[in-house]
Design a binder for this molecule. Sequence first.
Ligand code: SF4
Ligand code: SF4
Length: 320
Amino acid sequence: MLDTRPLLMVSDFPEIHRKTLDTLQINLGYKCNLSCTHCHVAAGPNRKELMSKEVVDEILQYMQLKSVGIIDLTGGAPEMNPHFKYLVREARKLGAKVIDRCNLTILLEEGYEDMAEFLAEHQVEIVASLPCYAEQNVDKQRGKGVYHESIEALKKLNILGYGKEGSGLTLNLVYNPGGPFLPPPQEALENDYKRELFQQHGIVFNQLFALTNMPISRFGSFLMSKGQFNEYMGVLKDSYSEHNLDALMCKSLISIDWEGYVYDCDFNQMLHIPLIASDKPKVRLHELFDLDLNGKPIAVADHCYGCTAGQGSSCGGALD
Ligand code: SF4
Ligand code: SF4
């Protein structure tokens, strides 16, 4: 994979600083039941990297100490970590909201048949990537048969109440463009998804997040190999909107990798750009127990323009 980091590090992106920490974005490891071609972490069934119980306990301790109200679980398929259910149960006992970045198909895998019920029982919010409402486009990005399995899993979630008004069970979907262009306006795309998924399959969901592709990892490498890197950076910079700076996700979260190291956000984690709030080249979560992050600077580089382009694209999609 071609490395975009050297092209991104000299940057004129404005200085930004942290506000109150409310979210931990936690990567539980790289094991996954799928092996998507575009996967940022090259996850797959044979990956062995999984967060240990010790690190999970460190996280629970940190949540209590800093009154963290939200945890956002990613992977791999986060549900494949053997401590997933333990973390969810304990975090819910602390009163935290839990978000599961679910690839949907895991809910149908052998050994995970009870996972959808478990998520519903603990009122876990589901954020699921569905790159398109058309079968051909999904299977191209994620593998043959993934569209059908995703539809089956969405139906299973709907039966449990997910995506239905008044159920308290939130089901949000995520769209990424299939190439070097910005996503279309989120509201119009959400209406298309809602219409098509309901008409074709009777599926309902709450919100669609339309995210901008970041010029890093596999997508960055793809841009470099096609000679489109500078052009795409130009698109992101031309679409810069200062108004998006205020709601950047990195102002209120930290990202923790499967070994317990901390970064300003998931994208910085992928680029190995350490948290600059601490002076260490690599910092573990337990080393932050005594540090107040509020007001501390955030490590930025040119990929940050992906978060401020157009409607803005943090983990929550268009920023309010
Ligand atoms: S489902 Fe997600 S984590 Fe798993 S291989 Fe695909 S992109 Fe990677
Ligand atoms: S990539 Fe986005 S979320 Fe991460 S530090 Fe830059 S602006 Fe913040």
